[in-house]
Write a protein of this length. Structure first.
Lengths: 309, 249
């Protein structure tokens, strides 16, 4: 089987999520990549040395600069004439594009795969990860998105892929990019951090996130995450949300502070290696999944903890 | 302008899903079912656009068994004007739903379709994007703000790195994220009024759409369970644990 893997990048470098998708695709067959963007020669060169990669298709055009699905989907659908599976990491960019590709190909996408059970068979989480379904597809071509925490990262070096330009399918004329507010990260990225410190509704303000959660995160070299309640209340931006409908994370250590442990939150972090919970309610559901729990008031515990580290 | 709002009946988000022992799926017998929360946000957004005078009519659509009437009545009670139920007892996948919606769009000629970004049962996150692909329309997914003016929709989207704004030519598709709005509860008088709002019942065959699933679900199991660990007595003990884990020096 010949796969076409979506390379997630920021115009400058390949994102780690790509490496997990490569591992998933390698279980199906030959791994080819697609780099779409504007001025992405550097990204393509980096992608070509990912271990196990064959051809790297590069579509370099202004129409692809912002990854607009309306422009990218016809490009992918065209390339699928000579590939059997489109495999993309489940990032917001790819979640936007892949189903549009599937519709153009008349294929039912399999979202968020956790494992490859065979050439047509996959497992995936449903009901916020409270159930794992095995699904078998009857479609001739595959469109898959990959839960990146479920697959090891392919080695970013050692590969000898060849770079090949592909023609642009142009601007579909349906949409245009009008701006972005992308946070400048001073800390590790949530989805690749080894340690995450997350705060919930109990933090009560963005000020408390700054004075309590961030110093602790900095002591631990950790990324900062949050529950939906904390994001809804405006304590932190939307991209901090961990959960069923936010980011899926699986760090070495996840520290949940003032988070109750609703199933929608657990869906995003319960595959973390070690879970630590700090909560004043000893019956909070978070303690049912925590490896280490400390019952008490976060306003006393967190400053003391930061101090003693 | 007319807006189409597809809504799905799902296991209520407060109910803990139970996997059936025979591996055939999640047990939906005698449990509370509700409108998918993201679809409530979609209905609310349509109503707000109507209140602003941008939208003139809101048509709610559901695909599924007869009980989806309840879900549609909820949409009508919130403020939708009329409803279409595409009734079937078979499992319809996002691709099938998108094909049905494309037919309804051809009949109803809406300028905007607002959908939830994902249904909290299958967690697919596909239908809106597929519909946009089938129609050849622009798509504003994971929306946290929508502005309609001069034949365009400006959609602010929740993306991995923060927020992105795209400008779409109408007609277009929008899918909702959590921060778009806070859906209203239907008032009692509106629930009463909703009972007399029009609801058409159709079948997939009426639209000539083959909705046979492409995926077979061969098994459904519970995920490996995490067992509760230990409680530590104080911060000093926690620090010791963190050191043992190698995350603190
Ligand atoms: C469609 C849908 C999608 C959702 N998606 C997500 C998602 O992706 N991610 C997500 O997180 N949620 C999601 N939710 C929301 C989820 O159901 C919960 O409402 C949310 O996770 C609760 O956040 P929380 O734990 O911060 O707040 P709460 O549940 O209010 O918990 C606060 C906790 O803080 C503790 N506390 C209070 N004061 C102190 C103190 N001084 N010291 C120590 N502890 C204290 C309390 O005991 C309590 O356990 C979703 C919901 C829906 C309907």
């Amino acid at each position: 089987m010949k796969t076409l893997v979506w390379v997630e990048h920021d115009g400058k470098a390949v994102k780690d999520a790509t490496l997990s998708a490569v591992t998933a695709a390698a279980k199906l067959g030959e791994v080819h990549l697609l780099v779409a963007g504007q001025g992405v020669d550097g990204v393509a060169a980096e992608a070509a040395v990912i271990a196990g990669v064959g051809k790297v298709h590069v579509a370099d055009d202004a129409a692809y600069a912002h990854g607009l699905a309306e422009n990218v989907a016809p490009l992918v659908a065209g390339l699928m004439a000579t590939h059997d599976a489109f495999v993309a990491p489940a990032t917001t960019t790819a979640k936007n594009i892949a189903p549009r590709v599937a519709a153009l190909l008349d294929v039912m996408q399999v979202s968020d795969i956790l494992s490859v059970e065979g050439a047509d068979s996959f497992t995936r989480p449903i009901y916020a990860g409270n159930a794992i379904a095995t699904v078998k597809t009857s479609d001739k071509k595959l469109v898959l998105t990959v839960r990146t925490t479920a697959f090891d990262k392919a080695s970013p070096t050692g590969g000898t892929g060849s770079v090949e330009k592909v023609a642009s399918t142009g601007d579909a004329g349906l949409s245009s990019f009008a701006g972005a507010e992308i946070a400048k990260l001073e800390r590790p990225e949530l989805t690749s951090a080894k340690v995450i410190v997350s705060g919930g509704r109990a933090l009560q303000s963005s000020e408390n996130f700054k004075t309590l959660i961030e110093p602790l995160a900095d002591k631990l070299g950790a990324a900062v995450g949050a529950s939906r309640a904390a994001v809804d209340a405006g304590y932190v931006p939307n991209d901090y949300q961990v959960g069923q409908t936010g980011k899926i994370v699986a760090p070495e250590v996840y520290i949940a502070i003032g988070i109750s442990g609703a199933i929608q939150h657990l869906a995003g972090m319960k595959d973390s290696k070690t879970i630590i919970a700090i909560n004043k309610d000893e019956d909070a559901p978070i303690f049912q999944v925590a490896d280490i729990g400390l019952v008490g008031d976060l306003y006393k515990i967190v400053p003391e903890l930061t101090d003693k580290l | 302008m007319r807006v189409l709002v597809p809504v799905k009946r799902v296991l209520d988000y407060n109910v803990k899903p139970r996997v059936k022992a025979d591996g055939s799926g999640v047990d939906l017998a005698n449990v509370k079912m509700s409108m998918n929360p993201f679809d409530e946000i979609a209905v609310e957004e349509a109503i707000r656009l109507k209140e602003k005078g941008v939208v003139t009519e809101i048509v709610a659509v559901s695909v599924g068994e007869a009980k989806c009437q309840e879900t549609l009545r909820t949409a009508l009670a919130m403020g939708a004007d009329r409803a279409i139920l595409v009734q079937t007892d078979d499992r319809v996948e996002p691709l099938g739903v998108a094909k049905l919606l494309a037919k309804i769009v051809a009949e109803e000629a809406p300028e905007l379709v607002i959908l939830g970004k994902q249904a909290i049962d299958d967690d697919n996150n596909q239908t809106g994007q597929m519909l946009a692909g089938l129609l050849g329309w622009g798509q504003g997914t994971f929306a946290s703000a929508v502005e309609i003016a001069d034949g365009h929709a400006k959609v602010t989207r929740e993306v991995d790195g923060g927020l992105e704004t795209d400008d779409l030519k109408l007609p277009a598709i929008v899918t909702t994220d959590l921060r778009l709005n806070e859906p209203r509860y239907a008032s009692l008088p509106n629930i009463m009024k909703a009972k007399s709002k029009p609801m058409a019942t159709k079948t997939p065959a009426d639209y000539g759409v083959d909705v046979a699933p492409r995926l077979t679900v061969t098994n459904v199991v519970e995920p490996p369970r995490r067992s509760a660990g230990v409680k530590v007595a104080d911060v000093d003990e926690l620090v010791t644990k963190l050191k043992a884990l190698g995350v603190a020096k």
